[in-house]
Design a protein around this ligand. Structure first.
Ligand SMILES: [Zn+2]
Length: 214
């Protein structure tokens, strides 16, 4: 503190004589090219930062940033969002898997009900409940545990939080039911992924999730 102050006092007469021209262009330059740190969100001149693909990181955040990359947790600005069509592909794969599983479970259950001499309404209700239970279980278990359904895994997609972290079982459950809202109004909620800048569907907005390419 004190040496710095005495230096500036000593330098004062020199500064008074010489114009501050040498310092001015450097300040102007660093002011012109600065970036937001993808980790802490602070703005720094480029000279104090490192660039990583589309993201800039300040010197202070560099160790955390590198650590996160090693752990596979993507910082803000590095997530590679998956678009509408590949996500639709994943849904189709999941739909086919669920249809096949549903077919065998329904066959077994319905023949059991028919054996008891029950009516058609009972069969339909049972079929509906089996289908719903199967969908919920399939989505929550796979997404909660792996961050992706088998369809998304097959296409290398993953559901994450905005900072790249896993979404967990509870959010996976909420996201599944939020998906019903996206299905209303002719699937406009799903199509929103096509024009959102972070490719969020309606259920991603509701649950604060993103779908990325691994
Ligand atoms: Zn930072």
């Amino acid at each position: 503190m004190l040496p710095a102050m005495s230096t500036s006092v000593a330098a004062a007469p020199v500064l008074a004589q010489a114009p501050m021209m040498p310092a001015a262009p450097a300040m102007l330059f660093s002011g012109m090219s600065s970036h937001r740190c993808a980790e802490c969100g602070g703005t720094f001149p480029d000279s104090d930062m490192i660039a990583f693909e589309s993201a800039w990181v300040c010197a202070g955040c560099k160790p955390i940033f590198i650590q996160k990359l090693k752990e596979g947790i993507a910082p803000l600005g590095v997530l590679n969002y998956a678009g509408f069509w590949i996500r639709t592909g994943a849904y189709v794969i999941d739909w086919i898997i669920l249809q096949i599983v549903n077919f065998f479970i329904s066959m077994a259950t319905i023949s059991f009900i028919r054996g008891g001499g029950r009516v058609a309404g009972m069969v339909m209700l049972t079929q509906f409940l089996i289908g719903l239970t199967l969908q919920v279980t399939y989505n929550v278990l796979f997404v909660g545990r792996f961050g992706a359904t088998p369809g998304k895994m097959a296409l290398n997609l993953k559901i994450v939080r905005p900072n790249g972290e896993p979404i967990g079982y509870a959010r996976a459950l909420g996201r599944f039911f939020a998906g019903f809202l996206s299905g209303l109004l002719l699937f406009v909620g799903f199509m929103m992924a096509g024009w959102d800048e972070e490719k969020r569907a309606l259920h991603d907005r509701i649950c604060d999730t993103r779908v990325i390419r691994r």
